[in-house]
Design a protein around this ligand. Structure first.
Ligand SMILES: C[S@@+](CC[C@H](N)C(=O)[O-])C[C@H]1O[C@@H](n2cnc3c(N)ncnc32)[C@H](O)[C@@H]1O
Length: 277
């Protein structure tokens, strides 16, 4: 369902800045996407510089991956606050850059206006938010299983992705399932195992969607919780599927929360991998 289509094109400057919105605000709020995104910038500020190494690693990996690609078009999936996206550089390298996120912070929309070849699209990459919302309304009275939910994609960018020269999935793979599955959990209908299987479907769909030979995937894959003396107390897998083999891959650590606010009494780091696929 197209809820809002807001296209503004500045032909005077031959600009192709567009803000295309395809999201239902009421449903977005129920799933908590905006709140979650605000949480990212709040934590970034709170960690006062602690994320810089991770952000630098991510940007460098993206720029390196971009080198040997054709330079007509580039699509960034999960652009958010652009903390980990080298947007100026990409906008110089490529004729056209698309930023895709379920919500774009107003500050970012404003900031990218000066880059004439950057297009902003607000849409759900999984295509599952609306279907899950409607499915859960009748789930209690039905015998439906979560794998019967079908993703719907209304925007052409989704079909066009295979013609894009360079696609970047930027710290989003392990995020795609979280709010959708948190929403499903509220209904207390499906077991942990059923929900885990659905997480796998969401993550696998995303991997399958990335065009092979033209994509770069950056994702955290493991959470590590440490006590005050840096002893590992617990670890948690964040990716529930097998990641593909890659000829060019790099791993690093993201000091995500050194203020013990994500988990009380623990510092949290994420293990991150960048890979060309
Ligand atoms: C951890 S952030 C990635 C960091 C981001 N590049 C930044 O600098 O803020 C994940 C981003 O994915 C977006 N996101 C989560 N689920 C999404 C979905 N289903 N469709 C599109 N974007 C989604 C969030 O809104 C958020 O901006």
């Amino acid at each position: 369902m197209i809820v809002k289509s807001n296209i503004s094109t500045n032909f005077e400057n031959y600009s192709i800045i567009l803000l295309r919105k395809f999201m239902d605000k009421k449903i977005l709020k129920k799933f908590g996407f905006k709140h979650d995104q605000q949480g990212i910038i709040n934590r970034y500020i709170r960690e006062s510089g602690g994320w810089e190494k991770h952000l630098k690693n991510t940007k460098e990996f993206i720029i390196q991956s971009a080198q040997l690609k054709d330079k007509k078009s580039c699509t960034i999936l999960g652009s958010g606050w652009l903390l980990d996206v080298p947007l100026d550089k990409l906008s110089q390298l490529f004729d056209k850059v698309q930023l895709i996120d379920i919500v774009h912070p107003a500050q970012i929309t404003h900031k990218v206006k000066k880059l004439k070849n950057v297009e902003i699209i607000e849409t759900d990459i999984t295509g599952l938010m609306n279907p899950v919302y409607h499915f859960m309304k009748k789930a209690k009275k039905s015998n439906l299983t979560l794998d019967q939910i079908e993703a719907t994609h209304i925007d052409l960018w989704f079909q066009d992705i295979k013609n894009t020269d360079f696609v970047v999935s930027v710290n989003i793979l392990n995020q795609l399932d979280i709010l959708i599955c948190d929403y499903i959990k509220k209904f207390d209908i499906y077991s942990e195992q059923e929900i885990k299987e659905f997480r796998k479907i969401i993550q696998q769909n995303h991997l399958d969607f990335l065009p092979k030979g033209k994509s770069c995937l950056i994702t955290d894959f493991e959470e590590v919780n440490l006590d005050g003396s840096n002893e590992v107390i617990q670890t948690k897998k964040l990716i529930h599927i097998n990641l593909p083999l890659s000829k060019h891959k790099k791993k690093w650590q993201w000091n995500f929360d050194m203020n013990q606010t994500y988990h009380k009494d623990y510092n949290t780091i994420f293990k991150v991998v960048g890979m060309e696929i």
